[in-house]
Design a protein. Structure first.
Length: 198
């Protein structure tokens, strides 16, 4: 068994974070630059924007992509290099979650997923709402101008989003549920004492 020094672990962690960040940066650039190019080519309004605002649009895609990818790479590296007690604890928690998920009905799975991914569900419903409302308004309201359709679609989307936020709040409320306190530290100590006596 090779012993890895703390400096080597730190260097490997920094390398993993740098590679993850570079992948996120390149992915963000690969998405933002062609989108900016197409927008500049196809829409006069975008073409007339000052270069600083066009650059801001690219930066608003690239920087979060870079940071999120670097953070995820760092977390993956840490989880891959946990010591025995940490690995055992993670495996135990994962088995419990899988067992709990398998014992749920379809409606319970939907409620659980919505409670764990509230903001993704809300943002997705907002995007679907605005796209659906705009698509619907374009088909039935030919007499309205484009700006009127955009305002109407935004209003419909806001109404849909308010409804989804209220539904998400109802799903995730803690009324009558037992509080789940994390006592995994006790299990780690028990695992450690069990391996010493065994």
């Amino acid at each position: 068994m090779t012993v890895v020094s703390q400096a080597e672990k730190l260097r490997d962690h920094q390398h993993a974070v740098a590679v993850g960040g570079a992948q996120g940066f390149l992915g963000g650039m690969g998405l933002a630059l062609p989108a900016s190019y197409l927008a500049n080519r196809n829409w006069p309004y975008y073409r007339n924007l000052p270069p600083s605002l066009k650059a801001l649009g690219v930066v608003m895609v690239v920087v979060p992509s870079f940071l999120i990818s670097a953070e995820n790479a760092g977390r993956r590296f840490e989880q891959d290099n946990w010591e025995k007690a940490g690995q055992d604890q993670v495996a135990l928690i994962k088995r419990r979650e899988e067992t709990r998920w398998e014992n749920m009905t379809l409606s319970q799975k939907a409620v659980d997923f919505t409670a764990r991914h509230q903001f993704s569900v809300i943002a997705g419903c907002w995007a679907l709402g605005i796209a659906g409302a705009f698509g619907g308004l374009c088909g039935i309201r030919a007499y309205q101008s484009l700006s009127q359709k955009v305002v109407q679609a935004r209003m419909w989307s806001q109404g849909i989003t308010i409804g989804v936020v209220i539904a998400a709040a109802a799903v995730s409320r803690d009324v009558g549920r037992p509080v789940n306190r994390d006592h995994s530290w006790r299990e780690v100590i028990e695992m450690g004492s069990g391996s010493k006596t065994g």
